[in-house]
Design a protein around this ligand. Structure first.
Ligand SMILES: *[C@@H]1O[C@H](CO)[C@@H](O)[C@H](O)[C@H]1NC(C)=O
Ligand SMILES: *[C@@H]1O[C@H](CO)[C@@H](O)[C@H](O)[C@H]1NC(C)=O
Ligand SMILES: *[C@@H]1O[C@H](CO)[C@@H](O)[C@H](O)[C@H]1NC(C)=O
Ligand SMILES: *[C@@H]1O[C@H](CO)[C@@H](O)[C@H](O)[C@H]1NC(C)=O
Length: 411
């Protein structure tokens, strides 16, 4: 039905180091008007830090989110991460930060020490970040100092007085230098001492008049495509990246999904219902697509997949792949088709999940809880690389649109 990408692994391995930053507009200083929107280029990295089991890593994050907590991406074990180079201080030092819609603080310092300049101000407050486990439950967190400083996303997007967490650089964590948190502001509660909520970069861009609405557009291309140009657009969405209209759906009222970018959605496999309309979230920090345990069993039965111990994913034969139906995600009255090819892990990247070279692994995985938990699905990266997504704080809604990759067969 489709052929595997002929792309060699060595060219993929070359991607990780190439975090790049668009400087094309820097020679043409533009006025920071309230109508300006600006895009920030993202670099994709297929994790090469030895992913043992991305499903397990994602699930650890899912547990925190289901408990209503805030969990930063653990760059060590996420399957696919997107980074952006962000300037801090004046003159700016650039840090490679993970972009995360499931947490909302911005922090630096892990691999590159914070360079203080005249714009750096120590607030005297302490900052905490939790990783994969809810820090209130087990204290598995890192802490540092809160500063405010000038943060440069690109030449059009410069933020004054942005709160940043600064982690001591000698910590043992591998990977990017920190996180650019673009989730809802509520997730910053209890992260900084003496502070109720910490304004996010998006909040401050709006408050400082740089963008006219608190909207973030996110474009990812499949990791198996040759398009490494993921992109964040602040203040709007990038019309050049979508092939239809953006359709919006209100943030769900169901807890705990309503704390995040939560929506109500139903899922069909072919004509079979997998999940009746229920609440869940959209999350750039989760690699796979997750559905409640009972829905997953229905999906497993329908596809014939067998749980593979090595990868933690469902594995199917090529005959079963030929028979695979599309998954249909319906939200806000619109149905989004996740094709058979979109439901499999890119075969060219099988070694990253400890898969066999010609194995076919499904990217739909199981949450621990049955449906009815208030967070019954996670539309992670494997969904978001097929659909453009828009996170609209001003109107409390999430939007989706098809892209040139919606029906791509590169996996
Ligand atoms: C991130 O995950 C790795 C692998 O599971 C683990 O060894 C490491 O301790 C985690 N990092 C943090 C900061 O929790
Ligand atoms: C600067 O940011 C800090 C931390 O977010 C905030 O408490 C303070 O009110 C801000 N100051 C101004 C002048 O906006
Ligand atoms: C990616 O680029 C390589 C080299 O140019 C080419 O051989 C391959 O077919 C491309 N893959 C896709 C999915 O476009
Ligand atoms: C999910 O399941 C765990 C046990 O596996 C339970 O402790 C937790 O309360 C459940 N969460 C919800 C929201 O039902």
């Amino acid at each position: 039905m489709v052929s595997a990408s002929s792309r060699s692994l060595s060219s993929l391995l070359a991607l990780p180091v190439l975090a790049f930053f668009s400087l094309s507009a820097s020679a043409l200083p533009r006025p920071r008007t309230a109508s300006s929107t600006a895009a920030l280029k993202l670099a994709v990295r297929i994790n090469s830090y030895g992913i043992k089991n991305i499903a397990a890593a994602d699930r650890a994050r899912a547990e925190v989110l289901q408990a209503g907590g805030s969990s930063s991406i653990n760059a060590t074990n996420s399957g696919v991460i997107y980074t952006a180079d962000i300037g801090v201080g004046s003159p700016a030092t650039y840090y490679t930060l993970l972009v995360d819609t499931g947490s909302s603080n911005t922090w630096i310092g892990v691999n590159k020490a914070y360079e203080k300049t005249a714009t750096s101000k120590d607030t005297g407050n302490k900052f905490f970040v939790s990783y994969g486990e809810w820090r209130h439950l087990d204290g598995n967190s890192m802490s540092g100092e809160e500063y405010t400083d000038t943060v440069t996303l690109n030449s059009d997007l410069v933020i004054d007085n942005q709160s940043i967490g600064v982690i001591p650089w000698d910590s043992m964590v591998q990977g990017p230098d920190g996180i650019l948190g673009v989730g809802p502001v509520d997730l910053t509660q209890d992260t900084v001492t003496n502070t109720f909520e910490v304004p996010t970069v998006t909040n401050n861009l709006y408050k400082q008049g740089t963008i006219s609405s608190e909207v973030l557009g996110v474009f990812f291309a499949p990791a198996s495509s040759n398009d490494t140009g993921g992109e964040l657009t602040f203040g709007s969405y990038d019309a050049s990246k979508i092939t239809g209209d953006i359709n919006y759906v209100p943030i769900t009222s169901t807890s705990p999904a309503c704390r995040y970018w939560g929506i109500d959605q139903s899922i069909r496999y072919g004509s079979d219902t997998i999940l009746d309309e229920t609440a869940g979230i959209v999350d750039t920090g989760t690699t796979l697509i997750y559905i409640a345990a009972d829905a997953f069993l229905t999906y497993q039965y329908a596809t014939g997949g067998i749980l593979d111990e090595e990868s933690g994913l469902l594995k199917i034969s090529s005959e079963q792949y030929q028979q695979l139906s599309s998954l249909y995600f319906t939200t806000g009255g619109v149905t989004y088709e996740l094709t058979p090819n979109a439901q499999i892990w890119p075969r060219s990247l099988n070694s990253y999940i400890h898969g066999t070279a010609d194995g076919i692994y499904l990217v739909v995985s199981s949450l621990e809880n049955r449906s009815g938990s208030g967070l019954d699905f996670i539309n992670g990266y494997c969904f978001l690389e097929r659909f453009y997504s828009v996170y609209d704080t001003t109107n409390s809604r999430v939007g989706f649109a098809t892209t040139e990759y919606t029906y791509a067969t590169t996996n």
